[in-house]
Design a protein around this ligand. Structure first.
Ligand code: CTP
Length: 409
């Protein structure tokens, strides 16, 4: 299915560069054309000859090679691909990408490209955790750069922790998912979900205390927005009901903006009928029973007592909507301990079909962060997914949803 797709693979310096040879083989087996750029650092770990032999293409190594420049300029090189992959991506190349430095062929191609970019970082655990690297990653991701890994484990430097290059099959899966339906791909009228309608909730809700104050939570909306985008790319007509976020509207999705849980509930029911509903919003469980019409003033009698009232449970009410019930209802469970067990209980309590359980204990950095480690609990038992970017979680979930509807009327 990937026949004729083109990847520009940039191999930067790192002990894991040898794995890029296996990556090239796996991609070639799938019919992908792989053209490689080897940085100076990368060439310390793998030879241009082995890269050329496996990719069956010329390898590009030096920006200032006049012959290469006349045969194939760096701009053409960077644009004649469906996807640019940086694997392994060292701390150094990520920093250069974030800063827009173009001092060799690889970084020049990365700056000149108009194609989507996927990075597979690898480095020492301290280097990965360093605020500079984390800031660079956040900058790159805010510009739409996709990421796979790093994983945790024994590192080549002898330390243990996060920083391992994602395993080759994981990188291949991310490339495959992208090439078949990835971000930036035009929402597909002929995708596996074409003719289906999808509803996604995302973001926090704001519950008014008075006209200027509200109760809220730290949800960024990244996961829900990514799911809406992924479903749209597979062809679903997608409505995203979102609380306040700083995110751009995903391409090809109709966005309904709301503030409170009650507004979200109403907007969701107004969007029915749908085939699938994914409730990824962090809905406030409670609202202030009687929000004040005017700003509450300090009148000297001490702090006000706020009485709370329960909000509608949108996931539970969609799951129990009788004839209007979407055929597949997917919820999220944010847990900090006994993740799978608690999520199973939640699935039963809410009456949904699948639940995506994620560990949101503070150490994981899930809230507001770029990654998610989730378990998909549903009809076929529990699937434990590796740590993935929220974009990759969305792609996988959308693919599972498409599989679920495959062949169904
Ligand atoms: N949900 C909803 N409406 C609510 C509350 C939650 O639709 N009023 C949905 C969320 O979108 C999510 C799931 O229900 O899909 C989460 O359920 P919830 O009971 O809120 O679980 P947690 O946030 O995990 O909290 P708790 O463990 O306290 O139950």
């Amino acid at each position: 299915m990937l026949d004729g797709k083109r990847v520009l693979l940039i191999i930067s310096g790192g002990i894991a560069a040898y794995k890029s040879l296996d990556l090239i083989r796996r991609l070639r087996e799938r019919g992908v054309r792989v053209r490689c750029v080897l940085t100076k650092g990368g060439a310390q770990f793998v030879t241009p000859l082995s890269v050329a032999a496996l990719s069956e293409e010329k390898v590009y190594t030096d920006l200032f090679s006049l012959t290469d420049e006349s045969e194939m300029g760096h701009i053409r090189l960077s644009r004649e691909a469906d996807l640019v992959v940086v694997a392994p991506a060292s701390a150094d190349i990520l920093a250069k990408m974030a800063a827009g430095i173009a001092d060799d062929l690889a970084t020049t191609a990365l700056l000149a490209t108009d194609k989507p970019v996927l990075v597979a970082p690898t480095m020492n655990v301290m280097m990965w955790a360093h605020p500079a690297t984390q800031a660079n990653i956040a900058t790159l991701e805010s510009r739409g750069v996709m990421r796979v890994g790093p994983g945790a484990g024994n590192l080549a430097c002898g330390e243990v922790g996060s920083g391992r290059l994602a395993e080759v099959p994981e990188i291949v899966a991310a490339i495959e998912e992208f090439l078949l339906s990835g971000p930036g791909a035009v929402p597909s009228a002929a995708g596996p979900l074409s003719g289906r309608r999808a509803l996604v909730t995302s973001g926090p809700t704001w519950e008014a205390i008075d006209p200027v104050r509200y109760i809220a939570n730290r949800s960024s909306g990244k996961q829900g927005h990514a799911i809406a985008g992924a479903l749209a790319r597979l062809g679903a007509e997608t409505v995203l009901v979102s609380g306040p976020t700083n995110l751009a509207d995903p391409a090809g999705v109709s966005v309904v903006r709301i503030e409170s849980a009650r507004e979200m509930h109403e907007a969701c029911f107004a969007a029915l009928p749908v085939d699938v509903a994914v409730c990824a919003a962090a809905v406030a469980d409670w609202r202030v029973a009687r929000a004040a019409d005017q700003k509450m003033k300090k009148d000297g009698s001490g702090p006000p007592q706020l009485e709370l009232a329960e909000n509608p449970d949108i996931l539970a009410s969609l799951s129990r909507a009788g004839e209007k019930r979407p055929r597949l209802v997917v919820g999220f469970a944010a847990e900090t301990e006994n993740v799978v067990e608690h999520a199973r209980a939640k699935l039963a309590r809410k009456g949904c079909d699948w639940i995506v359980a994620n560990d949101v204990s503070p150490a994981t950095g899930t809230f507001g962060g770029a990654d998610n480690t989730v378990h998909l609990i549903g009809g076929n038992g529990t699937e434990n997914w590796p740590k993935l970017s929220k974009e990759a979680v969305a792609e996988r979930l959308a693919a599972r949803i498409a599989e679920h509807f495959k062949g169904a009327a």
